[in-house]
Ligand binder design. Sequence first.
Ligand code: DHB
Ligand code: FE
Length: 292
Amino acid sequence: MAKITASVFTSHVPAIGAAMDLGKTQEDYWKPLFAGYEYSKQWMKDNKPDVVFLVYNDHATAFSLEMIPTFAIGTAAEFTPADEGWGPRPVPKVIGHPDLASHIAQSVIQQDFDLTIVNKMDVDHGLTVPLSLMCGELDPKKDAWPCPVIPFAVNVVQYPVPSGKRCFMLGQAIRKAVESFDEDLNVHIWGTGGMSHQLQGARAGLINREWDNHWLDLMINDPVACANVPHIDYVREAGSEGIELVMWLIARGAMSDVVDGKVVGPLPTVKHRFYHVPASNTAVGHAILENT
Ligand code: DHB
Ligand code: FE
């Protein structure tokens, strides 16, 4: 049986990818940010999963206003890093896991979540920046990402976006789906995006340290209460792009059994937690949770 043993939560910012690609990680501005991921890169080596199920959002790269799936699962054998305007990032292509991805699609759709199935998709900074932060710089000519990755894209760009509650419930369905896969696979689930940031309008540049840290406490320790945070709170407190945080609740939902609306069993172990402002316009949050 496949099992979800750990979850990783991290913000994504295109400038983080650029800092890595252009050799700027040791500059004064970036050094404290990358220092927060030193533990994580070692943890990733010591706890290498067989597959990463990576929840992220596409930023009008593979999708656009012409087509807006709420939840989309990548079932392809591989995914190419996207050209977001400066050429594709110099990172390895992403190898998928079509067998597990199609099993999850089957199981989750039968659990009444309507997923869009994507057999061809380029992946943007939402997916490649978290991979770079956790795996370090890799040379696409000779290196590969440490394991296959199933991209799972969530619409948090164009309203209406899914609620935190629905994302949390979807995480539980993904947990059941993974656990009903025959092969013994060690699966990690990542929730990415956030934390507070707003890129446009009168409040551009908004950061809310207090709210972010309170939300992270709740996400870890009382995920059911966290899942009930209404979307308007994200927008008011964490800015228009702070809504990306609902994706973390998919990963958190996949980490616990929930019966009658209550988490049963022990809380996951917090292996690492990090918060840093600023990275471009974004408050960067990061955590690693393990299931015991
Ligand atoms: C930034 C943050 C994002 O989440 C994003 O998708 C693009 C840019 C930023 O802070 O620059
Ligand atoms: Fe984003």
